[in-house]
Ligand binder design. Structure first.
Ligand code: FES
Length: 255
């Protein structure tokens, strides 16, 4: 009986891994090249807005003036926030100009890190964790439920421009798996938020999506009412008393 259940579970996991691999394969090619489109080409002007020009100065002040290129990641992040969640090639060129490097140096960074989106995303970009602990706890089902609810494929944007769904690898929140993060680009870089939603079920994930659609800010963190933050469900089972002070030598006592 146990053997049959284990084999069944193993099959489910294998199928899930196969699906994940296929999906990532089709996505990874999109990460590696750029083709000019009317809204994403080098001759389109792009610059940081006035508020962000101040932030650029602040970011640059964290690095020695002869190591400006070290600021490339925070600057790309700022550019992405300003640009509604994605980086057109002209924004990457603007960053290259600020840090005084050849544009290819910036493209290398933007294409390496999957947090940088080089095609349009929704105002709310939903990233479901695809790594093993979340996958075993049902993240594939959560992604499927959201995609079905929104009527899109992975990395597509809904017609109203509100939502897109992507995949991210482990976001360090495995204790409350399965989880997704929501990058909120609905209010420019000033109102930008990047929040975790944990202990998800497919139903709960869809409810969170609908709350965003209504302009609400659903409470982030664990969605399991039996858990406080990352504590065990139902409360602590160990370390229940006041911690004892560590033993100390009495320095006044005679040796
Ligand atoms: S595996 Fe999902 S947060 Fe670590």
């Amino acid at each position: 009986m146990f053997g049959r259940l284990a084999a069944q579970r193993l099959n489910e996991i294998r199928t899930s891994i196969r699906r994940t691999t296929q999906a990532s394969r089709s996505f990874s090619t999109a990460l590696n090249y750029h083709i000019d489109t009317p809204d994403n080409k080098t001759d389109l002007p792009w610059e940081f807005n006035n508020a962000n020009k101040e932030k650029v100065k602040e970011i640059l002040s964290f690095y020695p003036s002869n190591y400006k290129q070290s600021a490339v990641i925070p600057l790309l992040d700022l550019a992405q926030q300003q640009n509604g969640g994605w980086l057109p090639v002209s924004a990457m060129n603007a960053v290259a100009k600020v840090v005084e490097v050849a544009p290819i140096r910036v493209y290398e960074v933007a294409t390496f890190y999957t947090m940088f989106n080089r095609t349009k995303v929704g105002k709310y970009h939903l990233l479901v964790c695809g790594t093993t602990p979340c996958m075993i706890r049902g993240s594939r089902g959560i992604e499927e439920a959201i995609l079905k609810h929104l009527g899109v494929k992975r990395n597509e944007v809904t017609k109203d421009g509100l939502f897109s769904v992507g995949e991210m690898e482990c976001m360090g929140c495995c204790v409350n798996a399965p989880m997704m993060t929501v990058a909120d680009y609905s209010n420019g870089s000033e109102g930008y938020a990047y929040n975790y939603y944990e202990d998800l079920t497919p139903k709960k994930a869809v409810e969170i999506v609908e709350a965003f659609r209504k302009g609400e800010k659903p409470p982030r963190g664990t969605q399991n009412p039996g858990r406080i933050n990352c504590g065990p469900e139902g409360g602590n089972t160990t370390l229940l008393g006041e911690p004892k002070a560590p033993p100390c030598r009495d320095l006044d006592a005679a040796e």
